[in-house]
Design a protein around this ligand. Structure first.
Ligand code: HEC
Ligand code: HEC
Length: 449
């Protein structure tokens, strides 16, 4: 386990400190979300986010965070800080010749809400992620070059008069007085703070629909996503009976049919894992996406037969199980959260489950992505293997059938509860379209200088 430093907010009273320390085992990132980020802090974080000078000079692609997390840089159109590839491109290094990242670049809107980061839950905070990424393969560095990466970061930041000035104004920090580690922490905080300003506006046609009809926007505390879904649908039926249901512009009957499938546990069952307002449960599930890709490369049924070590033998995270499948290396595959789950402390553990049963159940589990802005985030899934939403929703239908037949290794129980007909695909896709916002006008990111 990584050690997570506790960074105290600047203004803190004695009483707060007491409460803060008392609760510190819960979730510190949740607290920091609520701290206000000033325009100067945001501007500084964004400049670091876009600076290519932190990438490895030995690589052939200068990289910044914004290379793979784009907003309006590409003529193909806007992105909620994702890219256009199925797997992001990385610098070529002869020692590590792969051209692609392990996974698809996720959108960064609402990322501050995520209790853990990366599809496999690798990082426990935005700050940890920034530090790991600046010194990692996405920026062209090899695992053996951690020190060089941090030295370069220090050199660039400390040698830049504007950064020195901005850190002082935005955070009251004098860079020249900081040790290297303190400087790296300061940079991590600034970039993390920038990302905390990237929030959905919650004004999609779906949000308008909820508002004009006086519907509940998210489950009440303690309410399950399924109960929330049932209640929402009951209220909609009531409004339909009295002919008072309002459909905002663009929200047509097909989208409404899709909404009903989405929120019905017995049909779409989508709400169980994709609960409003962010359309995720922030948890991890195996839908069989890694299995499908593995079997495409190695042949049907091969993933089911792949030896995966048990809880006693497994060394996690395992390089072998954080790879995409290639014909040359049949032992390599992406097992997702299997690599990072803490068997002792995880709330996902069921009563009476042995370590091994629990770990086996975590095979191929991936963090549930939110479903806002999907028009701008294709291709889909952690491996970017699905070009359109139609393909994606069709795959849910296919995999849920396979799971019921026992053909998805370690399938999530809720996958088996998805029961869709061919004719349900189009309405679900139409409903997902209701979760897009107009990214450009008024977004925080669009207002940058
Ligand atoms: C080479 C492309 C690339 C670069 C450069 C890059 N990223 Fe990423 N980013 C990705 C990919 C791919 C993922 C998904 C990783 C995973 O889940 O394994 C990701 C994941 C993330 C996530 C997690 C989102 C979530 O929902 O869990 C955050 C936050 C993030 N990146 C921020 C950054 C920051 C900040 C930088 C610069 C320090 C950066 N990225 C540089 C490609 C890149
Ligand atoms: C068992 C939990 C679960 C259920 C039920 C579920 N999903 Fe998902 N969904 C996930 C997970 C986990 C992923 C990511 C899987 C991966 O990348 O391997 C995902 C991915 C997606 C994506 C791709 C998003 C992206 O950014 O790549 C879409 C679209 C989606 N789900 C829609 C739906 C719809 C529509 C339904 C109902 C028919 C549904 N989901 C039901 C857990 C679930």
């Amino acid at each position: 386990m990584r050690f997570k430093p506790i960074i105290l907010p600047r203004k803190i009273t004695g009483g707060m400190l007491f409460i803060f320390l008392g609760l510190s085992f819960i979730n510190l990132s949740g607290w920091s979300q609520q701290t206000k980020i000033s325009p100067l802090q945001k501007q500084l974080g964004e400049r670091l986010f876009r600076d290519v000078r932190f990438s490895a000079p030995q690589g052939d692609l200068p990289a910044s965070c914004s290379n793979c997390h784009l907003f309006d840089e590409d003529p193909q159109g806007l992105r909620p800080f994702a890219d256009f590839f199925n797997r992001s491109w990385i610098s070529y290094r002869k020692e590590s010749p792969q051209r692609f990242e392990l996974r698809n670049s996720p959108a960064l809107f609402d990322v501050a809400q995520q209790p853990r980061l990366h599809y496999d839950g690798e990082f426990a905070s935005l700050e940890d992620l920034v530090k790991g990424t600046f010194a990692g393969r996405p920026m062209g560095w090899l695992p053996t070059e951690h020190e060089s990466a941090l030295m370069q970061l220090q050199k660039v930041v400390a040698g830049d008069a504007r950064y020195r000035d901005e850190f002082k104004q935005a955070y009251g920090l004098q860079l020249e007085k900081l040790s290297r580690d303190e400087m790296v922490n300061a940079v991590a905080r600034a970039v993390a703070d920038f990302m905390r300003t990237l929030n959905s506006k919650m004004n999609s046609p779906y949000d308008v629909f909820v508002q004009v009809n006086g519907l509940q926007a998210k489950p009440a505390s303690g309410e399950t996503a399924q109960d929330f879904g049932r209640k929402l649908l009951a209220k909609i039926t009531e409004l339909e009976t009295t002919k008072t249901l309002k459909l905002p512009t663009g929200f047509n009957a097909t989208a409404l049919a899709g909404l009903k499938l989405f929120f019905t546990p017995a049909t779409g069952n989508c709400v169980t894992c994709h609960a409003p307002p962010y359309f995720t449960d922030f948890s991890y599930h195996n839908l069989g996406i890694s299995q499908v890709e593995y079997d495409q490369v190695h042949g049907a049924g091969k993933f089911a037969a792949l030896p995966i070590p048990n809880a006693t033998e497994a060394r996690r995270p395992a390089a072998q199980f954080r790879e995409y499948p290639t014909p040359q290396k049949p032992h390599e595959v992406d097992l997702g959260y299997w690599n990072f789950i803490n068997l002792q402390t995880s709330p996902l553990r069921r009563a009476n489950e042995t370590d091994d049963q629990f770990l086996q159940r975590m095979i191929g589990t991936i963090k549930t992505p939110g479903l806002r802005h999907l028009a701008y985030t294709y291709p889909y899934m952690h491996n970017g293997a699905y070009i359109s939403l139609e393909d994606t929703v069709k795959e849910f239908r296919h995999l849920s059938e396979m799971a019921r037949e026992g053909k998805v290794r370690a399938a999530d129980d809720e996958l088996k509860n998805i029961r869709l007909r061919e004719s349900d695909i189009a309405p679900l896709v139409a409903f997902l379209g209701m979760l897009n916002e107009d990214l450009k006008p008024g977004t925080q990111a669009a207002k940058r200088e």
